[in-house]
Design a protein around this ligand. Structure first.
Ligand code: SF4
Ligand code: FES
Length: 235
């Protein structure tokens, strides 16, 4: 008989659990048994209270994207001898995997990510709460005034749930932002005004405007810089 945990407080004893459709692995020293074909994060979402994983760019309705890296955990595929970091929203569960969701190394890595995100979006409630939880007092970097963490959830929701592509992520690096086609901030006819993007946004960066269309967060690139970028691209 083997004891498997199905939540943080409940375990079941299973005599023989040979089945190609299930995977046995351990999470924070608890043996768990889950259906095959899911990611670590998805599997643990269904195991109440097991593991401690924050996730900002994950939503069960859209494909995982791996943007925020907050869901990073340590995994070992050799029975616990060697561990490495993986994004749990992308990494599939495997037989015999050893997963640690809240080690000091993991917490330090998440703390660094939270510090960067909080510096970009200092007034965002979800980041302030994570900063409290992970002991980030004040970012060491210059503070920005954004709300958008570029998780891409709004874009994926528009494409995958609604079947439109009224918004997308454009540009790279510090210029990356959410925009309508042809790099517009105002949404045109391609947007049906469903509000899915505003609903799914983890930071509240998208609000519905009075015209029934979402108002996108604006990075506000100076026009001089856009001109320079265009010339460089042409040139
Ligand atoms: S607007 Fe919201 S959902 Fe869209 S990328 Fe930014 S934070 Fe993510
Ligand atoms: S939730 Fe996994 S990378 Fe963001």
């Amino acid at each position: 008989m083997t004891k498997y945990w199905i939540s943080s407080e409940t375990s079941i004893e299973i005599d023989s659990a040979e089945d190609n459709n299930v995977v046995h692995f351990s999470v924070d020293d608890k043996d768990v048994i889950v259906s095959n074909g899911q990611t670590i994060y998805e599997a643990l979402q269904r195991q109440s209270g097991i593991g401690n994983i924050p996730a900002l760019c994950y939503h069960p309705s859209v494909r995982p994207y791996g943007a925020c890296r907050l869901c990073t955990v340590e995994v070992s595929e050799d029975g616990g001898k060697n561990f490495r970091f993986v994004a749990s929203c992308l990494y599939p569960v495997k037989e015999g995997l050893v997963v640690k969701t809240n080690t000091e190394r993991v917490r330090n890595l998440r703390k660094g990510i939270i510090e960067l995100l909080l510096a970009r979006c200092p007034n965002t409630k979800v980041l302030q709460e994570l900063a409290d939880e992970y002991g980030v007092e004040k970012p060491r970097f210059a503070l920005g005034d954004h709300d958008c963490i570029l998780c891409g959830l709004c874009v994926r929701a528009c494409q995958e749930i609604i079947g439109k592509s009224a918004i997308s992520l454009v540009n790279r690096g510090i210029y990356k932002e959410v925009a309508a086609p042809f790099y517009a901030y105002e949404l045109g006819e391609e947007c049906i005004g469903c509000g899915d993007c505003a609903f799914i946004c983890p930071t509240g960066a998208i609000k519905m405007g009075e015209n029934g269309k979402p108002e996108l967060p604006r990075v506000k690139i100076p026009y001089a810089e856009i001109g320079a970028m265009a010339s460089a691209a042409e040139g």
